[in-house]
Design a protein around this ligand. Structure first.
Ligand SMILES: Nc1ncnc2c1ncn2[C@@H]1O[C@H](COP(=O)(O)OP(=O)(O)OP(=O)(O)O)[C@@H](O)[C@H]1O
Length: 357
């Protein structure tokens, strides 16, 4: 390499431009991920040696494009010679170890992430919808949000968020969650073929949940939301054990019968040490009337956080994978769900300074 003339671009300038290119899945600068093996500058030409994490990396095109744009944006650089390779297994191993850190269970007691599990007494009350909408609304407020679809019997989250066919990228044994509306999402639905109903029993469910919470690389999150299966089954108990620090939101419909089973889900959460922070009455108004949410909130002695009306906008949004909270904020369900996000954020502020252990 020849010494650059005064004012001419050098490798350091190119590197600092590359430090602004993020890996779209890991969301960290590619320079930090050791994806840049070498940078050289000859006159107005930059030679960059890029190493992708895996062969057939789905984000390869985007990374390449971003690298080219960043390098050509350096004053004085007019050309880029980009060679693209793949990390060796040893390099990948080092990266995975570094990203993971030493923590085995990043979301257990002591975590700085707020963990919020959403539960319901029975299926079909709109729990997955409320969870996906809440995640999207919190991410839209600038929070780093992860969502674990733990509803093993009805994994509907990817569809509601518009990524029905997304698959996580695997780097070594680390799993990178797909991202929808700025929410990092992982679902059992992403690991089974042809959407066969999952009939796993306790131990396998326990291991799967543990793996979701440890092997999925969510990075630093402000909030991790969990969509639990309805009722008081194995997954709820497992997550109660793994995440006694979790806060819990109970979703119910306005009917009295739904209120009974919803209360039971809240009580189970409480038995495992989790904190029930409130109730959401969904599908409020219309044929169902109102009142179930107030009743559950009264029995659990927690606030009613939101009353989400029954509207056509919600199923339509779910079908096209575009949450209502990103549409017209005056639409009644959107307004209620945005209000729910506000209530959740406000409660978080109230917890500032609490002991995290
Ligand atoms: N507020 C609402 N107004 C109208 N339809 C709604 C509302 N909330 C949810 N729905 C619709 O109800 C159906 C069930 O919702 P969802 O899948 O979220 O329920 P769930 O409680 O998660 O069910 P399961 O636990 O069985 O997966 C969906 O078609 C959804 O679009």
């Amino acid at each position: 390499m020849t010494a650059p003339a005064a004012g001419a671009p050098d490798a350091a300038a190119v590197r600092s431009a590359l430090a602004r290119v993020l890996d779209p899945e890991i969301r960290r600068p590619i320079t930090e991920l050791d994806m840049i093996r070498a940078v050289d500058v000859e006159g107005a030409t930059a030679q960059v040696d890029l190493r992708l994490t895996i062969v057939g990396c789905p984000a390869a095109d985007r990374i390449e494009r971003d690298v080219r744009a960043a390098v050509l944006g350096v004053p004085g650089i007019r050309e880029i010679e980009l060679s693209v390779g793949v990390m060796t297994p040893a390099e990948r191993e080092t990266l995975v170890r570094r990203l993971r850190g030493t923590k085995r269970m990043p979301f257990g007691p002591g975590t700085l992430t707020r963990v919020i599990a959403v539960t319901s007494g029975k299926g079909g009350v709109g729990k997955s919808t409320v969870t996906a909408e809440l995640a999207t609304a919190l991410a839209a407020r600038g929070l780093a949000v992860g969502l674990v679809d733990a509803d093993v019997f009805g994994f509907s989250i990817p569809g509601i968020l518009g990524i029905p066919d997304a698959k996580p990228t695997q780097v070594g044994d680390m799993i990178l969650p797909p991202i929808a509306n700025e929410v990092k999402v992982i679902s059992i639905g992403m690991f089974v073929d042809d959407r066969t109903p999952v009939s796993w029993r306790g131990p396998l469910l326990h291991r799967t949940m543990q793996q979701f919470l440890t092997d999925v690389h969510f990075g630093d999150l402000d909030v991790l939301l969990l969509d639990l299966p309805p009722g008081t089954g194995d997954v709820a108990i497992t997550l109660g054990q793994l995440l006694p620090n979790a806060e819990v939101i109970v979703v119910t419909t306005p009917q009295a019968a739904a209120a009974d089973v919803a209360e039971r889900s809240g009580l189970l959460a409480r038995q495992t040490g989790q904190t029930v922070i409130g109730v959401v009455e969904n599908m409020s108004g219309g044929v169902f009337g109102t009142g179930g949410g107030d009743e559950v909130a009264r029995r659990l002695e927690v606030p009613l956080l939101a009353r989400v009306p029954l509207t056509g906008a919600v199923p339509t949004a779910g079908d096209v994978g575009s949450p209502v909270v990103l549409g017209d904020p005056a639409e009644p369900a959107a307004a209620a769900l945005l209000g729910l996000a506000d209530a959740v954020v406000a409660r978080g502020r109230g917890l500032a300074g609490r002991s995290l252990l």
